[in-house]
Design a protein. Structure first.
Length: 365
């Protein structure tokens, strides 16, 4: 696993159930004995304890080696033994440390014990620059989601940096969007809360585009709800509406909570719905009366550009979120016709969303 690509993982062997009914690993009892019975185990500073730990790790299939290339079992533990000597052992292919491997395998108990003894383990990297957090956010496709969430929480509580970049230029939030196969926003929300950048790009592809093209509506909606730029283009200059399905667009746009800047009229030359060539409207004192089909118009809600045919004027302002403020002049405008004051020009998709929202609010009263 190097993010990057993930190495194949053998199918897990059947596990017995503990007294509580939860699956129990064959070596969990041994780990508990090593961790709890030894007076020095809390610091992992006892050479005998470390040797027992490494023997247990390799029984679990960690395939650890010492810096000199000796196997963990044959390595001689000396007075220099400490947690730092524990993490000096790595598997030989990608240079993963015990905590990397424990996360990859979903060994939550091992992860918790290692972090309890040394929170600095959150910063250790493998040969590809991946921290334990890079691993944890990318494991939910291979292990139970609850375990992945638990390990991410353990790392973040121990001070893991959510903005660390690996050798491929990827932060944990990028790795999560690239590897996510379950449309669950829990881990994404945790990363955003500690500084994950929702407007990050992977090879010039916005995270929002990645979520949309991978059919992950909850992840895409979470990004938008936390400020992801819906106007961002990918490496081919394509907008979101050109890479997402209609149903995905509805889900994404429905989570707009604040007004986004209008797309400049001169930057788009085709209606973002029907594809008709559009152009800036000509100043005309009777322009309010005569609107040409090719007249470029911004949707009041999403800010995208459409022709006059693909936008309509409806009294939907009350359906906008309380935090949505587009234009002070519009907000302060007063007319004798309250219905006219509530009129906003929106695209078909936004009109559908706002109408349904307004209808639900009306039915509740």
């Amino acid at each position: 696993m190097y993010f990057g690509r993930a190495a194949a993982v053998p199918a897990p062997t059947p596990r017995r159930l503990s007294a509580s009914g939860a699956p129990e690993d064959d070596h969990d009892e041994e780990f508990r004995r090593i961790e709890m019975d030894s007076p020095s185990a809390r610091s992992m500073g006892d050479p005998a304890v470390q040797k027992s730990l490494f023997e247990m790790f390799n029984k679990r299939g960690y395939n650890l080696q010492s810096p000199s290339g000796a196997s963990a079992v044959n390595f001689s533990f000396t007075s220099t033994a400490s947690t730092s000597s524990v993490i000096s052992f790595r598997e030989p292919v990608h240079g993963q440390t015990p905590i990397h491997i424990a996360i990859r395998r979903g060994d939550v108990q091992v992860v918790e014990a290692l972090l309890k003894n040394d929170a600095d383990l959150t910063d250790i990297r493998d040969d590809h620059g991946n921290t334990p957090l890079h691993f944890a956010v990318g494991t939910s496709r291979r292990i139970p989601l609850a375990k992945a969430i638990r390990m991410v929480a353990l790392l973040l509580n121990a001070g893991a940096n959510a903005t660390t970049v690996n050798n491929f230029g990827r932060t944990p939030i990028m790795v999560h969007l690239l590897t996510a196969q379950r449309d669950d926003p829990t881990i994404l929300t945790m990363l955003i809360a500690v500084g994950g950048n929702v407007n990050s790009e992977v090879d010039r592809v916005p995270l929002l585009h990645i979520a949309a093209t991978n059919n992950l509506p909850s992840l895409a909606s979470t990004l938008v709800a936390h400020g992801a730029d819906i106007h961002a283009t990918n490496q081919h200059g394509l907008y979101l509406h050109q890479v997402a399905s209609p149903s995905m667009l509805v889900s994404i746009i429905a989570h707009i909570t604040e007004a986004r800047p209008y797309i400049p009229i001169d930057s788009v030359h085709h209606c973002m719905d029907c594809g008709r060539v559009v152009k800036r409207k000509v100043v005309n004192p009777f322009g309010w009366l005569f609107r040409t089909k090719s007249q470029a118009t911004n949707c009041f809600h999403c800010g995208w550009i459409f022709c006059s045919v693909c936008t309509t004027l409806h009294p939907l302002k009350d359906a906008l979120p309380p935090s949505f403020h587009r234009d002070e002049r519009f907000e302060k405008k007063r007319t004798f016709n309250d219905k006219r004051f509530k009129n906003i020009r929106c695209c078909r998709t936004c009109t559908q969303i706002l109408r349904e929202r307004l209808s639900k609010r009306t039915s509740l009263h």
